[in-house]
Design a protein around this ligand. Structure first.
Ligand code: GLN
Length: 285
């Protein structure tokens, strides 16, 4: 079979399995397997696909048909124009979260210190480092597998010279507990788990059945981790330091109230490109 036939067969398999972007995913997986880019696939549709490639493509299609997210199959995800390695121990970076980084970039100064709680793949912190200079960056996550993924993303980006003379360390542990004594930061950023426990069963299969629930489940009212982040912040944030949080579309009032209760002022909600409340920024008194 050639590129064109293989691609059409792949699209059919994914569309029969009810995958919404069947044609796109079939193409991206074929590009991943053959190493050909879109232009090559289009310009040379009759190029033969080897038996070995066919077999590897078939195995990936089978997994995608079971709703395993594309990024877990390719091991990569694009975020803020940077390629991050991901596996099933971390949330796949979302486009929504780019708003969080973009908002933080408006305030974070070069050479300042930033703490990322629930860092996952490290995408928020490493993207900030990439767009700023000489940041002193620390990320924590309760999952040791996530810390491995974040550290390996950091090593690779550092080698590529993408972190602009910043320094980054990842620690494994529960929020602030992971930090060495006496660490204080000018900024805290976080995309914590914020989905209500009773909503988790209603999520799409890709998320519900394949992404780590520990990165999604924010407890009975979805706000557990916000409370703990806000409560601990006074000890780890410098005076007048700022916090940047991703929130669910309906959590602005609740998270604002929590931040106010724990001594934050200037609390602001920012919308994402779909016009949903997505980010909260606030300042420590
Ligand atoms: N926005 C994510 C989702 O819809 C949830 C991320 C989170 O809980 N931090 O899957």
């Amino acid at each position: 079979m050639n590129y064109s036939e293989t691609y059409h067969a792949g699209t059919q398999i994914l569309s029969d399995a009810g995958i919404s972007e069947a044609a796109l995913d079939a193409r991206l997986l074929l590009e991943f397997i053959t190493g050909a880019d879109l232009n090559t696939l289009l310009a040379h549709p009759l190029t033969p696909v080897s038996d070995d490639e066919q077999e590897r493509y078939r195995l990936l299609l089978q997994k995608r048909a079971q709703h395993v997210p594309l990024s877990y199959l390719t091991g990569e995800s694009e975020f803020m124009g940077i390629t991050f390695h991901v596996d099933a121990s971390v949330l796949i970076p979302r486009q929504d979260s780019e708003c969080l980084v973009e908002e933080a970039m408006r305030y974070v100064d070069d050479s300042s210190s930033v703490l990322d709680l629930c860092t996952g793949s490290g995408c928020l912190l490493l993207a900030l480092m990439h767009y700023k200079n000489r940041l002193r960056a620390v990320g924590t996550d309760i999952s040791s597998e996530a810390v491995e993924v974040a550290s390996s993303n950091a090593r690779r980006l550092e080698t590529e010279g993408a972190l602009n003379n910043g320094e980054v360390t990842f620690y494994c542990g529960d929020l602030y507990d992971a930090l060495p004594d006496g660490e204080r930061f000018e900024y805290i950023i976080s995309n914590p788990p914020y989905i209500r426990t009773d909503v988790i069963p209603t999520l799409m299969s890709e998320v519900r059945d394949h992404e780590p629930h520990i990165a999604l489940d924010g407890g009975e009212d979805g706000l557990d981790i916000y409370r703990r982040i806000a409560q601990g912040a006074h000890k780890y944030l410098r005076k007048h330091g700022m916090i940047f949080l991703e929130i669910g579309y309906d959590q602005s009032a609740d998270v604002s109230a929590i931040l106010e209760e724990y001594g934050f002022t200037g609390i602001k909600t920012v919308k994402d490109y779909c016009d949903n409340d997505r980010v909260i920024t606030a300042k420590m008194i």
